[in-house]
Ligand binder design. Structure first.
Ligand SMILES: [Zn+2]
Length: 300
């Protein structure tokens, strides 16, 4: 269902999908996975490239599960890297306060960039023309990429088969729901045969995905505490994915160490870290995303 020049490495939830674009004369990758999977990413990419050189890295947005492999791929291939234009100064100075990594308790090896991408730009990747479109909501500076010729949309975390990424701006009192709605409207206006999301398998029923995303957005917007609770669950699950086991006694301190959690708590959740830790652990166990063994929370 996808042209041969587009190869999707479907990863899990710790690492975003990696999309390889194989042109006759050059190659590119969109998003590079999480830092703790960087070695695996390099091996997967080399396998798909069959001895070819990687020329370009493109990032949809700078969450560490989408750019955590940048540094290793740069070191190995010496490739060019293009990032969303609004992130340029933060990356140039590696401003960990302004970049999202510290706020969300995630790690990312320092990388550099050679070019920026602005909404409205056209990129040639895999011998195809791709339009860069602004996709705020999950992340204010996120981009998605649309290829009209092949009717393929790289939707990152703006649209998944079931939902979309956490609406982070709302957690610290900024607008994100309205932006996500506008992004879904923009996507609905595109003629798309296949969507390649940031996480999960490529899919063809975009209308169904848009309907599910809109209904989820309505649900979150009706009571923003739900978005904060969802963020809390996702942040804890992400930590668990990375570490595989966490002492239950450490959960409240781990949550408190993430500025985004502190913001969500003071704006919406308004409970003690102990209470919220117990609640989040209970939610992950109930949804079979984790289990408790003795004094530990284990990934599953
Ligand atoms: Zn993201």
């Amino acid at each position: 269902m996808l042209p041969e020049a587009i190869q999707v490495l479907q990863r899990g939830w710790l690492s975003s999908n990696n999309i390889l674009l194989l042109g006759r004369h050059d190659t590119a990758i969109i998003d590079t996975g999480y830092v703790s999977h960087a070695q695996q990413t390099l091996e997967l990419v080399r396998h798909v490239l069959h001895g070819r050189h990687l020329d370009q890295i493109i990032n949809t947005h700078l969450h560490s599960d989408h750019c955590g492999g940048n540094a290793m791929l740069q070191a190995h291939f010496g490739c060019q890297t293009s990032i969303p234009v609004a992130e340029a100064d933060k990356v140039r100075h590696w401003d960990v306060e302004a970049l999202s990594f510290k706020a969300t308790g995630q790690r990312c090896d320092r990388f550099t960039f050679d070019a920026t991408i602005a909404p409205g730009d056209t990129l040639t990747l895999g011998d195809m023309a791709w339009q860069a479109l602004a996709a705020p909501g999950h992340d204010p500076h996120a981009l998605i990429f649309y290829c009209p010729q092949e009717k393929v949309l790289v939707s990152a975390d703006a649209l998944w088969e079931n939902g979309f990424g956490v609406i982070f701006p709302e957690l610290d009192g900024q607008s994100g729901f309205a932006e996500e709605r506008a992004t879904l409207d923009l996507i609905a206006g595109l003629d798309v045969a296949v969507v390649i999301p940031g996480h999960g398998a490529p899919f063809t029923d975009m209308a169904g995905a848009l309907a599910r995303a809109r209904s989820r957005l309505d649900y979150l917007e009706a009571d923003p505490v739900r978005n904060a609770q969802n963020a809390l669950k996702v942040l804890l699950k992400f930590l668990l994915l990375e570490r595989q086991r966490i002492a239950l006694a450490d959960v409240p301190a781990l949550l408190t160490s993430m500025p985004v959690f502190a913001a969500a708590n003071s704006n919406f959740l308004k409970q003690s870290p102990d209470q919220l830790g117990r609640w989040a652990v209970g939610q992950l166990v109930r949804s079979a995303a984790a289990r408790v063994e003795g004094e530990y929370l284990l990934n599953q």
